[in-house]
Structure formats: C-alpha cells, structure tokens
Design a protein around this ligand. Sequence first.
Ligand code: F6P
Length: 559
Amino acid sequence: MNAPIDPTRTSAWADLTSLQENLTPDLRGWFDADPQRVEKLTLDLADLHVDLSKNLVTDEIRAALVRLAEQTGVAERYAQMLAGAHINTTEDRAVLHTALRRPAGADQALVVDGQDVDADVHEVLEALYAFADRVRSGDWLGVTGRKVTHVVNIGIGGSDLGPVMVYEALKPYADAGVQARFVSNIDPTDLAQKTADLDPETTLFIVASKTFTTLETLTNARLARDWLWAGLAAAGAIADDDASRQDAVAHHFVAVSTALDKVAAFGIDPANAFGFWDWVGGRYSVDSAIGLSLAITLGPDAFRDLLAGFHAVDEHVRTTPLDRNVPVLMGLLNVWYVNFLGAQSHAVLPYAQQLSRFPAYLQQLTMESNGKSVRWDGSPVTTGTGEVFWGEPGTNGQHAFYQLIHQGTQLIPADFIAFVNPAYPLQEDGRDVHGLFLANFLAQTKALAFGKTAAEVEAEGTTGTLVAARTFSGNRPTTSIFAPALTPSVLGQLIALYEHITFTQGTIWGINSFDQWGVELGKQLALQIAPAIEGDADAVAAQDASTQALLEYYRSHRR
Ligand code: F6P
C-alpha cells in the first residue's frame, strides 16, 4: 500500500490555512452578495437534495478543499477500494462493502483474490431472501408447528446497530406479521426484558456475529437457548433430552457469520447459517446477511430497494468529479471544521422519529472508523482526526441541547435530515402536523445560520442586559439533507452517504478507517478481570489499586 500523503504538506493545506486566518464568517453577507450561492451549493444525489449553502465556506474555500482531496489522492484510493486492493493494511484485507450492493449481472464480474465476489454476494442474497420468504409465509415453523411472530437479533456493534436502526426507520414496511427485537448488551437486563413477553414457540433467534467469538453475543445466545429450552419444556412442548433440545435449536436458531465452523460448534445447523466475508467490516455490514432480520420483517423487496439506494450513492461517488461529489464535499467540510475551525464534534439531527437510532449507528460508523492517532503505515497522524458524532431527532433535541449549538462557545457543525412526506400523515384540527414539524427543521437551520442581532432584539423592545442574552451570533454551520420520503432506497442512500463521508475524511488524514484495534485492550482486560469478580485471589492481586478497591466495593455490597 502506498504511503499516506501528509495533508499538512500539501499546497491546498497552506491555502486553507491562510483562508482560515483571513476568514470572517458572514453567512448573512455571503447570501446577500451572491444570489447564486444556494444554487452553487445545492447538489442532488439520487433522491437526496443536499443544501450545503449554510456552511462556512466561500467559493475559494470550496476550491481549496477540493484541491486538498485531489492532492491527498481521495479518488485514487476510492478506486483502489472498489477494485479490492487490501487497503485495510493492519488486517491485510480488501474493503468491499460496496460489492454487497452491486446489482446482479454486472457487465464485468468483480474478482478479488481469485474469488468471484459478485457471484458469492448474490448466492448469499438469494439464500437470505428464500429463507426470509419461508419465515414470512409460515413455511418455516417453530418446533411445535407454529408460525414465527418475532425474530430476536442477538449481536452487538455492527451486528446490532445497523439492523436496529434500519428496522426502526422502516417499520412502516413491516408487512408480514413478524416483528423484530434486538438484544445486544451483556447486561442481562437486555435479554430478560426483550424476551419477557415472547412465546418461545413463535420466536426465532438470529445470532449475528462476524467473528462468532464476541463475548456479549455468545453469552446472550447461550442465555437465549436456555430461555428457549426452559420455556418449551415448561409448556410440555419438548422432552427432557438432548435430541429434543437440539431439535428445538434447529427450529428456533439461525446464524449470520463469517465463521461458519464456529456456528456449527455452537449447535446451529450450518444449513441455517448465512455467511459473509472478512472484507466486510462490522460497521459496514448492515447490507450483508447481517440484515437477515430486516429481510424477514420488511421483506426481500424492501431489502433489495435498500441495496439499490446504497449502490446509487456508490455510483455517484465513483463517477462524479470531486467538486460536485456530495460525500466528498461533506467529508471535506468536516475536515475544514475539525482541522481549521476547531470543531470537536458534529451533530446529526434527523427530523424523523423513525431515524431515532441513526445518530447511534453513525457513532460506530464514524468514530470506530476515524478515531485513530496512527496512519495506515503506522506513523503518527499529522493533524487532528475523528470528531465526536452525536445527535437526537428533532424536535426533541430542540428542548434539550440546541441551546448550546445556538449560543454556546463551541462550533458544532450540524446535519439536518428531513423528509417531505411523512409515514403517518396525521392532521390536527385540519392542520398537517408534519408541516409543523418541517417548519421547525427550517426554522432551526435559519436561526443557526443567520442568528439575531442586538439591533433586531432591541427593535422588539428588549433592553438592558437581556439584549445580549437574547442575541444569536448566527454563522453556525448546517447542512440540510431533504428527501421525498424515508423509503428503503432513501435510507440506503443516507447510510452510503455517511460511509463515503467517513472514507473521505479517513483518506485525507491517512487513516485506515477499517480496523478497530482500540476496542481490543478493554476486551482482553475484561477477560482477565472476570475471575477477580468471581473472587479469585490471584486475579484480584493482579489488579491496580483502584480496580482492587472497586472489586472490594462490589464484594462488600453484593446481595
Ligand atoms: O468490538 C468492536 C467490534 O469488533 C465491532 O467492530 C463489531 O461490529 C462488533 O465488535 C461485533 O463483532 P462481531 O460481529 O464479530 O460479533
């Protein structure tokens, strides 16, 4: 793999530095001075209408940012990724989540490391759809012959956040009488609460784990298996012998993993397992077989539409010049805010209750990808990296943390995401409630951009010290992403948009956005500390003073 280019040594970086030094943000003035500003900074990407005009950029800044992408080889690295180069250097792997959504019958098959990737992907997809149809139609039955009403996805990280986010977003498409639940946390509360009202006879568990070694997932899978056996036995549905228990697992457990041998060792029939590949990162896997719970609940057609949405954005990134390439421009804006304007976080504010889990999903996508201090050749990064992504749906956030975005001392760029048509077009007293909702979206981006001057506050009759408190500086940057409706395809487009934003930022910073070594130490230590919790004296003695004291607190307060 070629050495990363140090962005700070490019001429574009020098240009951006001087542009920043001479910058006086003035969105009011910029809008007044340039009647074309909105047109120039609004781009359509498939169904996404993206308005970048309320960002703190001028024509010159935009041009310099595009030069930064050129000089750091963003297009070249994207081409390497699409071709299956091993750009995940620390794990020596290709990075091919884009292959998961290539349509069948592409002119030229994608062959990587000797494997026909397109053929592999579509073979699994067909198996996934066939299985989903069996569950949906009632052809697949529980051990007592009853139709499945609930699928419970057991997974964590990328094996949870994507499926749960998409399920919440697209629930209006769930049309076959099968609901999904998602168990992720090793806190036993999670499994206990999510199964409390379920009937084992009509519940199907999906154990979703890329590695099939993850402590949380395997622990929860074993707990779920015990719950199933106990429930079926209590109902007199299975006999108290190994063969009956195995039969129950065969009817109520399926798996999704790259490690099909480990699936078999758990006791799940490999015939009921769906594979994927080491070139799919966990946080990039919702469009692989990891989406099985979605194919079942929402249906294969919705899943196909989701994939088509992803692919439309991949094609946009592949074929669009950098200066009109939406994910690249959004990634560049993020670099501008982090490295030149001092932003440390980025808010994502969906005006769609259905996207309530989208910020959490993005946290893994962006922060596990770009929260790093070394580059892909092992050398230290040369500039700040990975900002904190966070958010909540509007309008809830307006009544919680927007105060800080409007009047706090930090610069927090924010993406607003909204849809013209609601899933539930409710009326209140003859008035479209969704319209009122959207008025809030528009109002917030307007207030953040243009603020309210002291003179405007005074003109309303406010005087004295209250004037300052009621003044809004404006010049708080936002991007508005508007789409006709939250369909499966549009959701696929949104997810792919952020995947490619993340990639653009990672590439400019010289980061391998596809490994996650930073999660390993905690996992190792948890395994070492587990015996100490059980009271093993040697394990306790091996801990530091603070951990020992906390263990002692645990021991003395345990009921
Ligand atoms: O601990 C981090 C992580 O490796 C994520 O990257 C991944 O999505 C998650 O754990 C779950 O891993 P698996 O799918 O292998 O169970």
